[in-house]
Design a protein around this ligand. Structure first.
Ligand code: GCW
Length: 728
């Protein structure tokens, strides 16, 4: 009986199991020895509490320290005082004004130093928000077990707009969302401020994300109606202390739908007046409103071309209305017209490149990472480097529309890194996409990076534990696009699971190989757009017919008895010519193009000899099988990572130290189940794709390659009318 009571006391029923809600901000107790080291480095905390941002910074620091190293009555004795603030809030910090001035509005300084004989640890910044960012940086150092000796860190973001794009509809459905329903409860706003809104803001601020577009780019004009502006304003109020501005997607035809005008022509004075009044109204609701994101003349959305005007005319209309308020326009370049028979990969470039220099200074053109649509692998978009007089922002997709939804473990840090480190050669070697996006290549101060959010009301936020890493990696790269995907993964694992090397090492290896695994089992060797129609769930390399050719798979793979691949060289669509000559020459040459992009740029005979010595056909089959094997290897790695004893599971004992290589059983089991789903679906992709391509190539499978268990017709007959995230 006594024993039973002891157990009850040790595990109070109110303690929540690990469910992923806390993201990378768990602040779980560190190993006793590490905690003791840090405890000796943190004395009293001196922090201003005048503004909401100051309070957020102080509260986060105290929360983090309490969780990681514990409350200690002895804390403070002989340890440096932690001083938070700006030159305006602290005379001590004012002495560092010169150093701080160089850090801009959002930078910060972390410094262990002596001031007037006092031992201090400074978290200092020109503005309050920098102090908040500095707190998160310092806590990250603790969470990842880094030394604080001789701490001296100066940071400022390399990119100005670091935004999440939510494709959330007013009815709560999230287009291409696999994490439940929209986080925004439009029904209970503006009165009810769900605490999740604050945690969302904290998580974003921990990465330096400073903007959020609340609604889908396939926009409903009603988002701009007063009742929804009041709701958006309530969210803006919650986010403001965390340095996050609210933006809205604007429907180009809103003057007709909301204003009752007969036209949305950007050159019509009545239309111009309507937008000016609308923008003035928005700023009455949201004084620091960020601006508009616009999808126009793309996939059926209205736009300036409906009136014979250009994308620049459309963007400038909105830019002029926003300019006096300091707002911006993020105008998307994701366009491909219905009536243009050209290779879809070439259309955005064709429509935009001639508009270089035609946009107002507060317009930034938002370009997807590749020329088609967030495929498992694409070459970088040819617009990067091709519009030197126009600020271009990057659009990555964080939600995994084409990479296995929320169940497949696919770390996107490596995809983002591959794109950002691609060399456009626009101004000679070293003209990376990162340097286009951070403005350094052409000297632009107006810069941005957007990520299509993978966030919903699922308890894990992102639909799975590992998809949190993609939100995390996006945010870290938006702050500094030259960070290494591997380092970011290591930080995320340490913060999310445990800083024990036995945990970090194998999980980082899994993550680093995971995107290539998905490429292999879905679209190897430069293949693309082979998914099922509409919902995009699962393989559909046979998709043909329907409203438009470039929504089919056969348009992209062009496989027949002789070969496979899209000829984008001079003998084909010549889309390759949109790249700078040095890049174009490499991609156009079948002996130089990387095999990873072979079938993107070339139509290749099945007998073509690959680097491995195999024929293209044999290589294709081998890659599909390799992808499945890679997922199998991830499962084995995961199974080897032990789960924690119950006291660790409840966060009552240090994860690191007592049982260093342990993960709580809840998350371990859920991830194991996801990997099982991924294994099954990778096999399905392999088998269906091989069955289909074999029906065209007519070739036997290489020795040892298992025959797909079903005939092609079986795979083609599979229907998934309820797959999540559909566009509608
Ligand atoms: O990736 C595709 C999606 C659409 C999306 C579109 C876009 C918001 O399938 O659902 O629409 O791109 O980026 O506009």
């Amino acid at each position: 009986m006594l024993g039973f009571i002891a157990v009850l006391l040790a595990c109070p029923p109110s303690v929540r199991a690990e469910d992923g809600y806390k993201l990378w901000l768990r602040y779980a107790p560190l190993a006793p020895s590490l905690a003791a080291t840090y405890r000796a480095q943190f004395g009293a905390v001196e922090a201003p509490t005048e503004t909401a941002t100051q309070r957020a910074a102080r509260d986060e620091l105290l929360r983090g320290l309490a969780g990681l190293i514990g409350e200690s009555p002895r804390r403070g004795e002989g340890a440096p005082t932690v001083v938070l603030g700006t030159p305006a809030s602290s005379t001590l910090i004012a002495a560092f004004r010169d150093e701080l001035d160089a850090l801009g509005n959002e930078g910060y300084l972390l410094k262990h130093t002596r001031v007037h004989g006092r031992d201090v640890l400074l978290i200092a910044a020109p503005q309050d928000v920098g102090v908040l960012y500095g707190v998160f940086d310092l806590l990250r150092r603790l969470q990842t077990g880094q030394s604080l000796e001789a701490l001296e860190v100066r940071e400022k973001p390399r990119i100005r707009l670091r935004v999440l794009d939510h494709w959330d509809n007013l009815d709560g459905h999230v287009e291409r969302g696999y994490a439940g329903r929209s986080l925004w409860d439009w029904q209970t706003l503006p009165e009810w401020h769900d605490p999740r809104y604050t945690d969302y803001a904290r998580a974003n601020a921990s990465l330096g994300i400073n903007g959020t577009v609340l609604n889908n780019v396939n926009a409903n004009a009603r988002s701009l109606a007063p009742e929804y502006l009041a709701k958006a304003a309530a969210l803006a109020d919650v986010f403001r202390p965390y340095g996050i501005r609210v933006y809205l997607s604007a429907r180009f035809s809103a003057p007709i739908e909301l204003g009752g005008l007969s036209t949305a022509d950007p050159l019509d004075p009545a239309v111009q007046r309507w937008w000016q009044h609308k923008v003035d109204e928005i700023y009455r609701f949201i004084p620091d409103f960020g601006g508009f994101l616009v999808k126009a003349n793309s996939e059926g959305q209205p736009g300036p071309q409906d009136y014979g005007r250009t994308h620049a005319d459309g963007a400038n209309l909105l830019a002029d209305a926003l300019a006096a308020h300091g707002g911006v326009v993020m105008w998307r370049a994701f366009v491909y017209a219905h009536d243009v028979p050209a290779d879809r990969a070439s259309q955005a470039y064709t429509e935009f490149v001639g508009l270089d220099g035609a946009f107002r200074p507060n317009v930034i053109v938002q370009v997807k990472n590749g020329p088609i649509d967030f495929q498992p692998r694409e070459p970088f978009h040819p617009l990067f480097g091709a519009m030197p007089r126009t600020p271009l922002m990057m659009e990555f997709q964080i939600t995994k529309e084409y990479l296995g939804f929320a169940t497949h473990l696919v770390y996107l840090g490596t995809l983002y890194e591959e794109v950002l480190q691609s060399d456009t050669r626009a101004r000679g070697a070293g003209s990376t996409v990162a340097r286009v996006v951070d403005g350094s290549l052409e000297g632009h101060a107006f810069t941005g990076m957007a990520g299509v959010a993978n966030i919903g009301n699922d308890r894990t936020w992102s639909g799975s534990h590992f998809d949190q890493a993609n939100w995390y990696a996006f945010g870290r790269l938006a702050w500094n696009p030259d960070q290494a995907a591997r380092d970011i993964a290591a930080d995320w694992v340490a913060m999310t699971f445990s800083p024990a090397p036995e945990v970090v090492r194998p999980i980082v290896e899994m993550m680093m190989a995971s995107r290539e695994a998905a490429v292999n089992y879905m679209t190897p060797l430069g293949l693309h757009h082979l998914m099922a129609r509409g919902h995009h769930y699962g393989p559909g390399p046979w998709v043909e017919g329907g409203p438009r050719a470039d929504w089919t798979s056969v348009y992209y793979h062009r496989a027949d008895r002789d070969g496979i691949g899209f000829d984008r060289t001079a003998s084909g669509s010549n889309a390759v010519a949109q790249y700078a000559p040095a890049v174009a020459a490499r991609y156009a040459d079948i002996t130089q193009v990387p095999e990873s992009l072979l079938l993107w740029f070339h139509h290749v005979p099945w007998d073509h000899r690959m680097a491995s010595g195999r024929s293209l056909w044999d290589e294709l089959v081998a890659r599909y099988s390799q992808g499945v094997q890679q997922v199998q290897a991830m499962r084995a790695t995961w199974a080897d990572i032990p789960t924690a004893a119950p006291e660790h599971q409840r966060g009552r004992a240090p994860l690191y130290g007592a049982d260093p290589a342990a993960i709580d059983p809840e998350r371990h089991a859920q991830i194991a189940a996801s990997l099982q789903i991924q294994r099954r679906e990778a096999q399905w992709w392999r088998d269906a794709s091989i069955a289909y391509f074999q029906s065209l190539s007519g070739r036997p499978l290489p020795a040892g390659e298992p025959t797909p268990p079903h005939p092609l017709a079986w795979y083609q007959a599979q229907q998934f009318p309820s797959a999540p995230g559909d566009g509608r």
